[in-house]
Design a protein around this ligand. Sequence first.
Ligand code: CDP
Length: 239
Amino acid sequence: MDNSQKRKIIVAIDGYSSSGKSTMAKELAAKVGYRYIDSGAMYRAVTLYALENNMIDPDGNVDSGSLGKALGDIHIDFALTPQGQHTLLNGEDVEHRIRSMEVSSHVSPVAAIHSVRQALTALQQRFGTEKGIVMDGRDIGTTVFPQAEMKVFVTASPETRAERRYKELIQNGTPAKYEDVLANVIERDHIDETRAESPLRKAPDAAVLDNSHLTHAQQSEWLLNLFHESELKANGSEC
Ligand code: CDP
């Protein structure tokens, strides 16, 4: 069977904050010619909208009623730019702004709101109708695409993850303190794991990848092998 005849699959990559999911999902998608979708960017874009429209008070309480009503006015999409895939919020490129510490520190409470999850889950499922996608997040293998042919659950120690995120922020010219980044990573893990709706969990059929001590090359090889196995299985009856 040549590549054009192969049945495309859905790849779901879930895991803890700053575990390197996005980088690995992006790379895998580019290697196998799939579309990459960053579901976390969608929650971040909704959070930016809420911050800019005064729906989050100085104590961090989110006005979920107003945000729920505004969801119909929030349009999220992705555009391919020379710098890679960028997130658009109502047509505006917000890729840089959604990565700020301000958005990071408010995103998990926003992502715990029922109406927000419902709207974004539906949007994510629409992206998957054609298959041939790699999507990363917290609940992709459990709630968004429980039928995904390949599921990965990524983890690493909180310190390793905070160090990665800290370096990324500094490289992008965003001021940050390592201690704040570590506290944010731990807090988001806690909120994501304990929320009532679609909490962060490993799907029973997900393969676990602890990349605390893996080199980039080892991780890429592991992922590509699993992709080929999953693709072969999905095409099993036709091989
Ligand atoms: O910063 P990091 O890459 O770790 O997270 P992200 O993928 O950008 O997601 C930001 C936040 O959105 C997470 O901490 C979750 O609270 C939320 N999220 C979610 O609830 N469900 C998803 N499928 C993706 C993200």
